[in-house]
Design a protein. Structure first.
Lengths: 190, 501
């Protein structure tokens, strides 16, 4: 692992910024990127610092605000964020972190991205359709998507269970505790 | 004894049938969530936080107390049975505890842990009852310099002590501090980092952040591994918990020493119960080496008893620090603080004057929670392991649905659900790359305090920074901070050297 590191350090700066997401890891696990997908962490920290920096520079500050104004403290955080991001980049460049593989075989990526995408995608669909479809259908969709992501292969049983769970929650929380959950296209029932 | 009378009033408030029910429900829920692999007590509290808004404050906090301590019990149950500690404070229990379990002494190990946690928690609750009001009086005359020192202390301690890598801990902390600055600035009234979005005027809710990084982030993390490594989720349990007289005699001094080590750590915020559990484990190991027949490495009962007592003693006094100083020292305490704020209560010196009936009922419910937990854990510990029979795909699907329910029920906005998803992905990335999430939450909670005291101090001194190092209390705190850092560096070196466990 150490030889490719030294030969690539010159171009590492450009690589880091544009090919960040670890799910776009190269084909074989033995490339420069293996063990360095953690570079996404400094990328997030640096991106957030930039968000704070732009916000602080464009902020409308009322007239006559005394010295430690509203941007004083966020700018300290911005500087700290950039410094920490740089230190993390250095850390990953010098010592790639290889997670311990406990299962019998080796995988191309450490994380099972199909499962993560099913779960996260299910949540995105839930968030976007909740107010149209209503709680019962949207939450059932979410339940089903996560169960599928976790490896369940019984779609009919899962859908029935999902509808049962979401309806039970709807009844318990809207009727029992008085929370306001959207009824959506099934509206009018309660 | 003033404190005793107030505590009795507290018991009177807490012992109504309804509140008693909430303690039991809290203990059951906390243990149930703590027992599930990978789900710690902080996740239990985070998931329950939105649900409790339907309750009155006293009932809600009593429920929390049960969940909090129940989660700790559950964490150690899993640490012992499956070698999967729910959170950092249960790691020290895995070393000897899991060896006992493998040795066929799982029930004894569970009983040792339950009794140790009971002793530690009970002693800590007594200390809090007598100490917290004095601590509150003492801190009533804190100014910006003192609060800033205190906040800085909590930041550095949590992010450097808890994590393996100080840089990762600090990065997590800075993210939390930054998230807390979004919204209208309390001092000048300017809009900060909202980029014109009305959804961000009130800032990003701690409820959203904690459910996202603790619950949704964990679900995604488990999703990313479960199909590749399902073996980590299996274990069989048999037998009954039973300690012989000899075993009790063997464990008793370790329980006492663990409690003694754990108590002071909750009052001085050094980042949760992890440090004292390791310290007491280390102490027992040293003592054990001098005995004619060393037991460590073969399932030593003392190596389990001491960290359990220390962990719960710290947790108990940490609640005292939360109530008296408004200073959370763990992720769970940070969420409890958010719950207080949700009810318009600010923990700290004034809470004891403003809401005495709530504080004392909460303290009384600590005692009740301990007793309830001992009762449900001693005989039923193996029964809890049966929860593992829920197929994991439905378990995690259910948790995800509850994340969505909690956030939508409190905010009523799709925007917050999307924010939850984004932060959940952040929580997943942090877990995947070994970045601790506790500093993020503590940064979010204490960030505003740090910023306000920093700016107030500078405003009143006309920009003179020396105001932060004048006065005895800040100087003492900075001195303590230095000692903590030195001890951390030392213990990391020692840890590296003692791989023979």
């Amino acid at each position: 692992m150490s030889t490719p590191t030294s030969s690539h350090t010159g171009t590492a700066g450009e690589h880091r910024t544009d090919t960040q997401p670890p799910w776009e890891q190269p084909e074989t696990p033995a490339t420069w990127w293996s063990g360095r997908s953690g570079l996404v962490v400094p990328a997030v920290v640096a991106a957030f610092s930039t968000y704070l920096l732009i916000g602080a520079l464009t902020m409308e500050i009322p007239e006559g605000t005394d010295f430690p104004g509203p941007t004083f403290y966020p700018l300290i955080l911005t500087v700290a964020g950039y410094v920490l991001a740089a230190l993390l980049v250095l850390h990953y460049l010098r010592t790639p972190e290889h997670p311990e593989e406990l299962s019998a075989r080796t995988w191309r990526t450490h994380s099972d991205w199909t499962a993560v995408l099913w779960s996260a995608g299910g949540f995105l669909a839930f968030a976007l359709t909740l107010e149209v479809l209503g709680w019962i259908l949207a939450a059932a969709l979410l339940f089903w998507a996560v169960a599928r992501g976790f490896g369940s292969r019984r779609p009919l049983f899962d859908i029935s269970l999902a509808l049962l769970v979401s309806s039970a929650i709807y009844l318990a929380f809207t009727v029992g505790l008085g929370l306001n959950l959207p009824s959506g296209i099934l509206g009018g029932g309660f | 004894m003033d404190a005793l009378n107030l505590l009795m009033d507290g018991f009177a408030g807490a012992l109504t049938p309804m509140n008693l029910l909430w303690v039991v429900v809290g203990c059951l829920l906390g243990t149930a969530v703590g027992v599930l692999p990978g789900l710690g007590s902080s996740m239990a509290v985070a998931l329950l936080l939105p649900m409790t808004f339907a309750l009155d404050p006293t009932a809600a906090f009593i429920l929390f107390a049960g969940v909090y301590f129940g989660g700790l019990f559950g964490d150690s149950t899993m640490a012992i049975l499956m070698n999967t500690p729910g959170q950092g404070s249960a790691i020290a229990s895995t070393f000897e505890g899991h060896k006992m379990a493998k040795d066929g002494r799982a029930p004894q190990a569970l009983a040792t842990a339950a009794i140790g946690a009971f002793i530690g928690g009970m002693v800590a609750s007594v200390v809090v009852v007598f100490l917290a009001p004095r601590l509150a009086d003492f801190s009533a005359n804190f100014g910006p310099a003192e609060y800033f020192a205190l906040a800085l202390f909590a930041f550095v301690a949590t992010s450097s002590v808890v994590s393996d890598s100080a840089v990762k801990g600090l990065a997590s902390l800075v993210l939390g501090l930054g998230i807390a600055t979004v919204g209208i600035d309390a001092i000048s009234g300017s809009e900060r980092f909202t980029y014109g979005s009305a959804n961000l005027f009130d800032g990003i809710s701690l409820v959203t952040v904690s459910v996202a990084v603790l619950a949704l982030g964990e679900v995604l993390h488990v999703a990313s591994r479960i199909r590749r490594n399902p073996a980590a989720h299996q274990m069989k349990v048999t037998g009954r918990p039973f300690l012989s007289r000899a075993e009790l005699k063997e464990a008793a001094p370790a329980w006492a020493r663990g409690t003694a080590i754990g108590l002071p750590f909750g009052v001085i915020p050094v980042g949760g119960a992890e440090v004292p559990t390791f310290m007491s484990y280390d102490l027992e190991r040293r003592i054990d080496r001098r005995r004619p027949n060393p037991m460590f490495g073969k399932g030593a009962i003392r190596g389990l008893a001491a960290p359990e007592a220390a962990g719960n003693a710290t947790t108990g006094t940490a609640m005292g620090a939360l109530l008296a100083l408004g200073l959370p020292v763990s992720a769970t305490a940070a969420i409890m603080l958010a719950a207080f704020q949700q009810y318009g209560l600010q923990p700290g010196p004034l809470l004891f004057d403003r809401a005495p009936e709530l504080v004392w009922a909460l303290l009384a419910s600590f005692f009740i929670a301990m007793v309830v937990l001992l009762v449900i854990n001693l005989p039923f510990a193996q029964l809890w392991a049966k929860l593992l029979l829920i197929p994991s795909q439905y378990l995690y699907a259910g948790i995800t649905v509850f994340c969505g329910l909690g956030i939508y029920a409190t905010s009523g906005a799709v925007f917050d659900l999307l924010l939850l998803l984004g932060l959940g992905v952040l929580g997943f990335i942090m877990r995947r790359h070994g970045v601790p999430v506790a500093p993020l939450l503590i940064g979010m909670v204490l960030g505003p305090l740090a910023e306000t005291s920093l700016r107030d101090g500078l405003l009143s001194s006309n920009g003179d920074y020396s105001i932060f190092v004048t006065g005895p209390i800040p100087l003492v705190l900075y001195g303590l901070l230095f000692i903590v850092l030195a001890l951390t560096v030392r213990s990391k070196i020692v840890n590296r050297a003692r791989r023979d466990v």
